[in-house]
Design a protein around this ligand. Sequence first.
Ligand code: NAG
Ligand code: NAG
Ligand code: NAG
Ligand code: NAG
Ligand code: NAG
Ligand code: NAG
Ligand code: NAG
Length: 419
Amino acid sequence: MASTKLLYLSLLAQVATSQSQPPGVTAPLARTCGPTSADVVCIDRYASIMPYHFFRAPSEGSTDVSFAQTSVPNDTSFGLVAGADFLVFDQQRGLDVLGPSPTLDLVFNVSLAVHEAPVYVPSLNKLFLSQLSPPDGFLPQLVVDLNQDPPTLSEFLSDPPVYAPNGGTFHDGLIYWGVSGGNNSIGGTEQRSGVRTLDPHTNKSVTLLNNYFGFYFNTVDDLFVDSTGAVWFTDPQYSWFNRLTDTPPQLESASYRFDPATGAVTMIDDTLVQPNGIALSPDGKNVYISDTGSETGSIIAGGPPGSPFNQTGPRAVFKYDRVDNGTHITGKRPLFYAQDWVPDGLKVAANGYVVTATGPGVDVLDEFGVLIVRIQTSFIVQNFAWTGTNLTEMWLVGQGGIARVRWNLKGQDLTNPTS
Ligand SMILES: *[C@@H]1O[C@H](CO)[C@@H](O)[C@H](O)[C@H]1NC(C)=O
Ligand SMILES: *[C@@H]1O[C@H](CO)[C@@H](O)[C@H](O)[C@H]1NC(C)=O
Ligand SMILES: *[C@@H]1O[C@H](CO)[C@@H](O)[C@H](O)[C@H]1NC(C)=O
Ligand SMILES: *[C@@H]1O[C@H](CO)[C@@H](O)[C@H](O)[C@H]1NC(C)=O
Ligand SMILES: *[C@@H]1O[C@H](CO)[C@@H](O)[C@H](O)[C@H]1NC(C)=O
Ligand SMILES: *[C@@H]1O[C@H](CO)[C@@H](O)[C@H](O)[C@H]1NC(C)=O
Ligand SMILES: *[C@@H]1O[C@H](CO)[C@@H](O)[C@H](O)[C@H]1NC(C)=O
């Protein structure tokens, strides 16, 4: 009887101890690991059990939202997270992605305007990208010349000029732009949201699509071209929130497939609040679309501009299966809930890993949505593109910066698409 009571008391004592810190807390949560060419930090077991008291403040209205800002006073190793170029969550696959000598360099400081639509043109070894306003009505695009050492950045004006490309890809020798803005007097001409191409050798731009049965698209945002030449794009409503168009949305937020051979536009999804990035797997079987609906705004004429961030709003990447002879998608399921900000730019690496720009960095996921590596930057990244003959360099573009990553993760070869 007495011994049973003693056992009971000692069990109680154990429970009391384990309530102050949960069992399984591993220390350190973070440690320096891997190659020394960059600041690489490995996170143990996704930091899935943190010692109390920890807290990550919500990021209402702020872009200062990083995982690194989590306060974990009882594990000082967590302080390593803030300074890392690369955070490795899956050590085996993560260090493989980084390769023997990964680097992350901020190559250009740019304005705080949104920088988007990075497209690599192999035949010129140049990276084209866009800058949205401000300044108001800004028409040129930007070009990074990778033939120069160090690379140079200059403005580029196509013929005729194209206002506000927000997404871009390369297909069959042409840059395809998702053009997001609309106005009756941009550069003296009328332009409406849609799909346009640029021949990077002649500088000529051509309009492929500028309406849906007479309605303006809201914000053709991001796109890819499949092997049949069909253009898949998202059409959220940001251009109205950001006043890059003079007309409030006439269409619901949706995603479409456009066949330039026939002119037909077919809706493929209308379930996302603000569909944003869109990408195709290398085998052509899956389409990924991100929802950045936690940044949304008023679509009413005369309503307030802007799209304030809502911490508990939608901000996930979704995965779909291609069906109907490759013309539609089904089987929508969440792939990854962004751990930072919203999943903006979205592309799939040659090996099928899904890469998405989320806040001040870029996340690399496996095809089932497990986070492998995060690149951490000092600026909000909108989008990224692989460059170089081996496609093992990746350029990140965003608000305030253009950065270059060198690592082992190859991009899909858009000049020789497999899907
Ligand atoms: C650290 O953990 C101990 C228990 O292990 C706890 O008493 C203390 O309050 C914790 N410190 C902080 C700052 O949370
Ligand atoms: C960018 O700006 C920062 C802060 O002013 C400066 O330290 C850095 O050298 C600049 N980098 C480049 C590539 O211009
Ligand atoms: C069209 O865009 C230009 C440049 O942003 C702006 O100055 C002008 O006011 C816009 N026009 C309309 C009707 O919104
Ligand atoms: C295209 O534009 C670039 C940059 O402005 C210029 O160097 C090049 O000569 C132009 N090409 C043609 C064919 O006009
Ligand atoms: C934020 O999003 C959640 C989930 O969609 C919604 O319930 C809530 O009302 C939103 N908050 C604001 C301030 O819009
Ligand atoms: C299916 O797609 C292929 C490739 O685009 C095309 O050649 C074929 O005609 C399509 N089949 C049908 C039934 O539409
Ligand atoms: C591309 O890969 C080949 C074979 O691995 C290598 O020899 C070459 O140096 C690489 N080129 C660049 C620019 O990294």
